[in-house]
Design a binder for this molecule. Structure first.
Ligand SMILES: NC(=O)c1ccc[n+]([C@@H]2O[C@H](COP(=O)([O-])OP(=O)(O)OC[C@H]3O[C@@H](n4cnc5c(N)ncnc54)[C@H](OP(=O)(O)O)[C@@H]3O)[C@@H](O)[C@H]2O)c1
Length: 271
């Protein structure tokens, strides 16, 4: 069992809340942090997935993980997690990771789906940060990882709300970290590129074919999480994992952005 927080400061392991822990990046955070001995609270909607993961972690690492089934696009789901946070004395990390994508133009996608995304990516993350921070500040210790995306840098056709909500998380995290200097709290906006998870397995992505994107653009969720936690120790507020993703962003902030947009939209279309 580790005697440091996930961000590297010395203290007994405490509790970590991970949203979107039922698959992908969230489950990878859970496995990584479970192996380090943290008590985990795993949040998502799919009870069975959470139960299987929780049992696995408790057995493998002797952790005391628990599950909290909540739909974080709904006010009652957000309130359930806020209440849980308010009851914790030793929350050392919050990972706002739950998220999903849509495909298609803003004016064509169902409005409810767009609002659900804004609620999940933006409102839930903001509310959980607000719930977590007073306790973390009182303890002089804690980390928040808000899972954004390289999409925050690449406003693209067919992804308007996704890009905008991820840009919110990036800017919010940067400003929050500036406010929190000298408090002992670390904030990270994690900006992954393409990652092998269930993200592209939803009905929205039925035409999406992973193999149309070069392998060099992809990263495993385990690799991403390991890099994110290393970067957190180094106080990297905005963290873009991988040279290829960083290059994409450099190109995206140049006049070549239109080339990336054209490449991405060509790849998204069925062959
Ligand atoms: N994969 C990529 O290429 C990629 C790239 C950049 C950024 N990201 C970001 O990474 C984060 C994690 O995604 P992932 O790639 O790991 O995809 P994933 O495997 O589909 O995981 C998404 C997680 O979010 C949860 N979730 C979705 N809607 C929810 C809701 N309303 N309430 C509570 N939980 C909800 C899902 O659980 P339930 O369905 O059980 O609720 C699941 O655990 C997302 O924020 C995504 O935007 C992913």
């Amino acid at each position: 069992m580790s005697n440091s927080t996930p961000s590297g400061t010395k203290n007994p392991p405490g509790t970590v809340i991970i949203t979107g822990a039922s698959s992908g990046i969230g489950a990878a955070f859970a496995r990584h942090l479970g192996a380090l001995g943290y008590r985990l609270i795993l949040v998502a909607r799919r009870r069975e997935h959470l139960q299987v993961l929780s049992r696995e972690l408790n057995k493998q690492y002797n952790t005391a993980s628990e599950i909290l089934v909540s739909d974080l696009s709904r006010a009652d789901g957000m309130a359930r997690v806020e209440k849980k946070i308010s009851e914790l004395k030793n929350l050392v990390m919050l990972v706002n990771n739950a998220g999903f994508g849509t495909t298609g133009k803003f004016y064509q996608i169902e409005l409810d789906k767009q609002i659900e995304m804004i609620n999940l990516h933006v409102t839930a993350s903001v509310r959980l940060c607000r719930a977590a921070l007073p306790g973390m500040i009182a303890n002089g210790l804690g980390s928040i990882i808000n899972v954004s995306s390289i999409a925050a840098y690449i406003p693209s056709d067919g992804n308007a709300n996704y890009c905008a909500s991820k840009a919110y998380l990036k800017v919010f995290s940067e400003a929050l970290q500036a406010e929190l200097r000298n408090t002992g709290i670390r904030v990270q906006a994690l900006c992954p590129g393409l990652t092998y998870t269930e993200f592209h397995d939803t009905p929205e992505y039925h035409e999406f074919n992973r193999s149309r994107f070069p392998r060099i653009l992809w990263m495993s969720a385990e690799e991403l999480v390991s890099r994110s936690l290393k970067a957190l120790k180094k106080n990297r507020v905005t963290y873009i994992p991988g040279l290829v993703n960083r290059l994409l962003i450099i190109i995206a902030s140049s006049p070549l952005l239109s080339l990336i947009r054209a490449f991405m939209s060509r790849r998204k279309k069925p062959a």
